[in-house]
Design a protein around this ligand. Structure first.
Ligand code: UDP
Ligand code: UDP
Length: 402
């Protein structure tokens, strides 16, 4: 790496696609402003990171990934390759074993002006303090969902609810009617205990000591929640998104993928296409996938479905109107294609930001994490989509094709 004269930012993303990709875009934005950038990752993750960065003068440092983690197969260094979400927590906890190597590597770098690291890498707060570097936390979430999770932890407005579907009232946001089922454990639990709680408490305490948050959102989208966070919660959040606007264009020399040609054909015939994807983490039951296929078939809409779930080899009725893709796609490029007129999405926060940026309305089908809150934001707060609801009266449950 060439000697650095100006500011130097260290970025340490968590090893999940949805947490890494936006921070790579942020790295590119910083670089554009002549800030030196060093990104920390592991050997297993660096090829996909290099492919996204497409830039030679962002410094990439590889640390060894911890070995022998319970329930994590050897060689798995990204949560999208975990055999099940049950291994997510052991994976996240084990990253702390990288602290020694991380600090040794920082010592060999030019002094850093700032560390941007993921909320799940709360241990990096200690490293930042040791080296006197301010740390900014990145969580991959929007500020509405972040604020709601923190309100539940701080004020426990859900404590008196009799059922997970009973609405509760948040005094500072009287227009909201949330239920415990809008939250994944541990946030929605009345008496949260267990390893997830212990883990989250450590990350939240580390965040409280940090210099602030960088959020992949923009002020106008969630302004009342940004103001609330900055006035009543903190540490201060800076909305620096949508980060997907800093995505590099696809490499022109690379052959056009078949799914893009398929989209070209559809737009030439004036056929609108629904893009369907549930992200890189959600585990959708086989029964639910078949029901979605049935619904798509009945709707008679043309669809491009990126199906990363394992185990589903054949979905009845899709071959006439739909294309199923199992490889990694360029989602942003798909959303920007003129044939794509809607996005059936699990509402992972990156997908929401990408869909908004591409001006594609969302059909919200949340699955896990903070996706139910994102779906509320999409359908109820900003009104850029509709919500698919299960018929059991809850926000969670099996959705049947009608
Ligand atoms: N603001 C904004 N984006 C943000 C946060 C705040 O546009 O991410 C606006 C908001 O209207 C706020 C004003 O900027 O009232 C000033 O924000 P703040 O005092 O938090 O920031 P400062 O400029 O003082 O650091
Ligand atoms: N993504 C992609 N190609 C794929 C699958 C996912 O480019 O085949 C990207 C997508 O554009 C988004 C990220 O991976 O930037 C997924 O993040 P999101 O928050 O939407 O969902 P998660 O996978 O974290 O649930």
């Amino acid at each position: 790496m060439a000697p650095i004269s100006g500011p130097h930012f260290i970025i340490f993303p968590f090893m999940s696609q949805g947490h890494t990709i936006p921070l790579l875009y942020l790295g590119r934005l910083l670089r554009r402003r002549s800030i030196a950038v060093t990104i920390f990752t592991t050997a297993g993750n660096s090829p996909s990171i290099r492919a996204i960065l497409q830039e030679t003068d962002i410094n990439l440092v590889e640390l060894p990934f911890p070995k022998e983690i319970e329930s994590v197969p050897p060689g798995v260094e990204n949560t999208d390759k975990l055999p099940s979400m049950a291994s997510f927590l052991p994976f996240a906890i084990a990253t702390k074993n990288m602290q020694h190597d991380f600090e040794a590597a920082i010592q060999n770098l030019q002094p850093a002006s700032c560390l941007i690291s993921d909320t799940f890498l709360g241990w990096t707060q200690q490293s930042a303090e040791k080296f006197g570097i301010p740390r900014l936390v990145f969580s991959g979430m929007g500020i509405f969902s972040t604020t709601m999770c923190h309100i539940l932890s701080r004020d426990r407005p859900h404590a008196g609810t009799v059922s997970p579907d009973s609405p509760f009232f948040i005094p500072d946001f009287p227009q909201l009617k949330l239920t415990r089922n809008d939250f994944d454990p541990p946030f929605g639990e009345i008496e949260p205990t267990g390893e997830w709680v212990d883990f989250m408490v450590v990350q939240i305490l580390a965040m409280a000591k940090s210099h602030g948050l960088v959020v992949n959102s923009f002020y106008e989208l969630e302004s009342s929640y940004v103001d609330y966070w900055n006035q009543k919660m903190g540490p201060k959040a800076w909305c620096v998104g949508p980060l997907c606007s800093a995505k590099p264009p696809s490499i022109a020399s690379v052959e056009k993928p078949l799914y893009m040609e398929w989209l070209d054909e559809k737009s030439a015939k004036g056929v609108p296409v629904l893009y369907v994807s549930f992200g890189t983490q959600a585990e959708v039951s086989e029964e639910q996938l078949h029901e979605i296929a049935k619904g798509l078939e009945k709707s008679q809409v043309s669809f491009l479905w990126v199906l990363r779930s394992k185990g589903v080899e054949y979905l009845q009725g899709v071959e006439n109107r739909g294309l199923i893709v199992k490889e990694w796609v360029d989602q942003m490029e798909i959303l920007q294609h003129k044939a794509v007129k809607g996005f059936l999405s699990h509402c992972g926060w990156n997908s929401v930001m990408e869909s908004l940026s591409a001006n594609v309305p969302i059909l919200a089908f949340p699955m896990m994490a903070e996706q139910h809150l994102n779906a509320r934001l999409v359908a109820e707060e900003i009104g850029v989509g509709f919500r698919i609801m299960p018929s059991n009266g809850s926000v969670r449950g099996f959705v049947a094709a009608k």
